[in-house]
Design a protein around this ligand. Structure first.
Ligand code: MN
Length: 318
């Protein structure tokens, strides 16, 4: 998985270890993400399906895009579409997505880069593979996470952040057999490059076979582990978890994860995305591309989109 990596994790700084008296979080649920299709028909897994909304807060939706090995002509994206009231975070581990939006943001997302788009009051955007990838086919693997905004920020100005792979903060565990990438927020005393509107941490960890991880986690944050690839366990009781499954960790100061001794030859490592943040604790009215607080605000979003008030497709569109 060519997200940003290092040859020798032993050279990386260590993540801080839990203190005596810190409480391990317990595992509340493990769910399996169903498969679906998004945009023009690219395969996804709906990572949050079956999880209590209160356990997801401040997140509202997450798709694992692929992993898929496309044949020539098969790669797909989305048409131009609007968003309001939240943020989309797109992290690409394999393959390439082009992004363009109605506020002049845009670029190439690939090889461990993240694009953080704040829709706020309104934006139009398109996400699609480049022509060369459509022609050649190839591996495609990413994640798109939807981060909610509190009522007071739903109509904030739209914003685009391009987080290059090289900017991601890299750490390892005590044994040096894991790579921990802090994409946004903080982990112990380390901070990631992504700027967030509310306190959030997003981490991608690769655990070598047999590796164990204990990660400090603020007691006020929710905590979710989604398995991108491989097999392992979560919690001190070592609940089994594998590719396409998500764990909710509750009540405590740190999370524990472990990779099985045997991984399949394709992935080699136990690859997990670990997410959390301060819950917003407001009513959520979500429909299609809009995440608001009330049905009346959703109706207004549709009317504003129809009237062109969420933005215009730029003249030089891709
Ligand atoms: Mn979108």
């Amino acid at each position: 998985m060519p997200a940003v990596t290092v040859d020798n994790p032993l050279e990386l700084p260590r993540v801080v270890v839990p203190l005596a008296g810190d409480r391990p979080r317990r595992v509340k649920s493990i769910t399996t993400a169903p498969r679906g299709l998004e945009g023009e028909g690219f395969p996804v897994r709906r990572a949050f399906a079956g999880v209590d909304l209160a356990d997801l807060d401040p997140f509202v939706h997450m798709d694992q895009m692929g992993e898929v090995d496309y044949g020539p002509g098969e790669p797909k994206g989305t048409p131009w579409h609007p968003h309001r009231g939240f943020e989309t975070v797109t992290y690409m581990m394999e393959g390439t997505f082009l992004h363009q939006d109605s506020i002049g943001g845009g670029g190439v997302i690939q090889n461990g880069a993240t694009q953080w788009m704040t829709a706020g009051a309104g934006i139009l955007h398109i996400e699609r593979p480049p022509d060369a990838l459509i022609d050649s086919g190839g591996l495609f693997h990413g994640v798109q996470l939807w981060v909610n905004l509190p009522a007071k920020l739903k109509m904030t100005n739209p914003r685009y952040q391009d987080i290059e792979a090289g900017a991601v903060t890299l750490l390892t565990n005590e044994a040096g057999d894991a790579i921990i990438r802090v994409i946004a927020g903080s982990l112990g005393d380390a901070g990631g490059p992504g700027s967030t509107h509310t306190p959030i941490s997003i981490v991608h960890a690769s655990l070598m076979p047999g590796a164990q991880l204990a990660l400090p986690w603020p007691a006020g944050y929710n905590a979710l582990t989604y398995v991108l690839a491989g097999q392992g366990s979560v919690g001190l009781e070592r609940h089994a978890i594998g590719e396409g499954q998500m764990a909710v960790h509750v009540d405590g100061d740190y999370l524990t994860l472990a990779a099985n001794e045997t991984q399949d030859s394709r992935t080699q490592a136990f690859e997990v995305l670990i997410l959390g943040g301060e819950p917003i604790r407001e009513p959520v009215a979500a429909y299609g591309p809009f995440v608001m607080n009330t049905r009346a605000e959703l109706q207004q979003a549709f009317e504003d989109f129809q009237a062109g008030r969420l933005g215009q497709i730029p003249a030089d569109h891709i």
